[in-house]
Ligand binder design. Structure first.
Ligand code: 9WO
Length: 231
């Protein structure tokens, strides 16, 4: 899978893309992720990427020409042919969830467009296929949400996370909260690990996990239980 990220702040992506499982998946060639600086598509002497909003108001708006130039270079603006899926990250988008992550992980090529300041000139929406929100809060830009999408989508691609697909995603646990986890030591400052986990009794362990998943989810996120019943 190919992921292109368009941003005015490419440096923000260095950490998340060069550490841990995402870095490994890139090295293995399972995913190709490229970050492009929108400013490099400006054509004026001052490399202007933003301007004052028409109609007044606070802050700055990202200019359409450099963003359009970047989308054009990635083949997102043509009339025909297989085009990448262009996704804009904004609080106005549809909620991004595990199902969306799974769906997107099957795409060949996606482009994540990150706005900053008060956003991008609305006319850019002509080339945007999907607007996604990772939650109901406003950030300084779409960069962190783009990283969240890259991370969630990448781990759904076979080979990125060990045992992906089988264990949590398609099983009973899908759509519900995870159970608690423990590792050595078996006792820490007097706190014991639940006995059943040390018993070696696999059937009882599975039953315990299932009960934990249901108890936690109904207590903390009852909405997920009613959603699952409907699905
Ligand atoms: C700025 C602003 C200032 C005053 C009043 C309202 C305002 N809204 C915004 C705004 O939405 N700015 C955005 C900043 C423009 C697009 C990029 N930015 C962004 C994306 N912030 N938060 C997101 C985001 C994206 C996906 N999921 C959650 C949040």
């Amino acid at each position: 899978m190919k992921i292109d990220i368009l941003t005015l702040f490419p440096g923000m992506f260095k950490g998340p893309l060069t550490e841990s499982l995402i870095a490994k998946a890139r090295e293995k060639g399972i995913i190709s992720i490229m970050v492009h600086d929108i400013r490099s598509f400006t054509k004026d002497r001052h490399r202007t990427a933003d301007d004052k909003p028409f109609g007044g108001g606070p802050g700055m708006v990202m200019k359409i020409e450099p963003v359009h130039g970047a989308l054009k270079k990635l083949g997102c603006t043509g009339k025909k042919g297989k085009k990448p899926l262009v996704i804009y990250l904004s609080p106005q988008g549809k909620p991004f969830d595990q199902q969306k992550a799974k769906d997107l992980s099957k795409k060949k090529h996606i482009v994540l467009l990150c706005g900053h300041y008060e956003g991008i000139d609305e006319r850019i929406m002509k080339w945007v296929d999907l607007e996604l929100s990772i939650g109901d809060y406003v950030l300084t830009g779409g960069e962190i949400p783009a990283m969240a999408v890259v991370d969630a989508v990448s781990r759904m691609i076979p080979g990125v996370v060990k045992e992906a697909g089988s264990v949590e995603n398609d099983s009973f646990y899908g759509g519900l909260l995870d159970c608690p986890h423990y590792t050595r030591p078996a006792v820490f400052e007097g706190m014991k690990v639940p006995e059943v986990l040390l018993s070696g009794h696999h059937k009882k362990i599975e039953e315990w996990k299932k009960a934990q998943v249901l108890a936690r989810t109904s207590k903390r996120r009852p909405d997920l239980i009613s959603r699952k019943k409907k699905a």
